[in-house]
Every structure is written in structure tokens, then in C-alpha cells.
Design a binder for this molecule. Structure first.
Ligand SMILES: O=C(CO)[C@H](O)[C@H](O)COP(=O)(O)O
Length: 211
């Protein structure tokens, strides 16, 4: 089981500072959608250059032109790129084909997918690398989480790794780990903690025990 730090509400210098603080405890650093919107793919490039030993995920949440977007994120140095599960099959398949050419990985974000089990089963046949259940900020504000969705996709996904994101905190991590995802994605649970290295180190401990 691996731990991914999601950076959403920062600029590039703040992102670098944050990664420096928790670097020994994380496996993947995510350049979140708001950061890409504000700073462009330059944020991916600068973080990959500053931390070449970490895997960098570009959270582009691709909805169209899968191949092209994956090509651009790959050129910027992303190791993993996200595509939305609600997008057309051809978009996901195009993203996977380009990722194979570039030796990169695709994560499908299942945010807002209605029939999650059925879609996870389909998407799993496209050769994607990760399938991620995700309660976005708007869902979190409505008190939702994706813990049950994780168990649902675990029942049907045979090839891809499974991941979970959305509002995970140190206190809720043990419940998440029980459902045995391959990857746990945490943003505010680390970046909003009073002691970020402590939170990340504790989370790493739990995640490693869960492996
Ligand atoms: O993709 C995102 C929002 O769309 C976030 O990166 C993801 O939800 C993780 O952040 P947090 O743990 O703060 O919810």
C-alpha cells in the first residue's frame, strides 16, 4: 500500500516547501487540479525536477482528448495522469494508448460515476493502472465519503490497482486501510495538520502496516 500527498491549495513555491517537510513519508506527490489551473503544467515540471525520486501525479481530471492531454503531461514529467471515469470510453482508451507509448500510468478518477461497480468493471478492461474512488470537495461538504465505494470496486476490479481519495484524516485512515486499497490519497489530512511531518509519518506507518 502506498501514500500519495495531494497538493491543491498552494502555488509552486509553497508546494516545494510542503513536499520538503514530508518527503520521507510519501510515495507519490499529486499536483492537484487547482494548482494545474493556476500554474499550468509548469508546476508538474518544477516538482519533478526538485524531487526526481518521487513519483509525480498530474491531477488533470481529463474529460476529452485523452491522448493529447496525456502527451502534454508526460512531456512535463508526470508519472501518473488522471482521467475521469465519466468520460467517453474512447477518451480513456486514448489516454491509456498514449501512456503506454510514454511509459506513464493512468489513474481513472471515479468521481460522480453513478453505477460505480459496473463502470469500474468496464474501465478495468481498458488497461488502466489505477481506479480511484473519490469524494470531491463538494461531496465532502455534504458529509459524504467513499469508503463503501472502495469495497464495491474491490469486488470487481481484477487488473488495476485501487485507490481512494477525499477527506481522509489520520483518525479515519484505519477504516480506509481495512478495505485494503493499493493507494491512499491524502490532501488536507496532511497539509491542514498542525504538525505535517507527524501526520505524514503516522499515516505512512499505518499504510505500511496495511500492506
Ligand atoms: O482531487 C482532489 C479534489 O478534487 C483532492 O486532491 C483529493 O480530494 C484529496 O484531497 P483531500 O484529502 O483534501 O480531500
Amino acid at each position: 500500500m502506498e501514500l500519495q500527498l495531494a497538493l491543491d491549495l498552494v502555488d509552486i513555491p509553497q508546494a516545494k516547501e510542503l513536499v520538503k517537510e514530508v518527503e520521507p513519508y510519501i510515495d507519490i506527490v499529486e499536483i492537484g487540479t487547482p494548482v494545474v489551473i493556476n500554474e499550468g503544467l509548469r508546476a508538474v515540471k518544477e516538482i519533478k525536477e526538485a524531487f526526481p525520486h518521487l513519483k509525480v501525479l498530474a491531477d488533470l481530471k481529463i474529460m476529452d482528448a485523452g491522448g493529447y492531454e496525456v502527451m502534454k503531461a508526460s512531456e512535463a514529467g508526470a508519472d501518473i495522469i488522471t482521467v475521469l471515469g465519466v468520460s467517453d470510453d474512447s477518451t480513456i482508451q486514448g489516454a491509456v494508448a498514449e501512456a503506454r507509448k510514454q511509459n506513464k500510468k493512468i489513474m481513472v478518477d471515479m468521481i460522480n460515476v453513478k453505477n460505480i461497480e459496473e463502470r469500474a468493471k468496464q474501465v478495468d478492461t481498458f488497461g488502466v493502472d489505477y481506479i480511484c474512488v473519490h469524494s470531491g470537495y463538494d461531496h465532502q461538504a455534504a458529509g459524504k465519503n467513499s469508503f463503501e465505494e472502495l469495497s464495491a470496486i474491490k469486488r470487481v476490479v481484477k487488473n488495476a490497482k485501487t485507490a481512494i481519495a477525499g477527506g481522509i484524516k489520520l483518525e479515519t485512515l484505519p477504516e480506509v486501510i481495512q478495505a485494503n486499497p493499493d493507494l491512499v490519497i491524502v490532501g488536507g489530512g496532511i497539509t491542514g495538520h498542525a504538525d505535517k511531518p507527524f501526520a505524514a509519518a503516522e499515516m505512512q506507518k499505518l499504510v505500511r502496516q496495511g500492506s
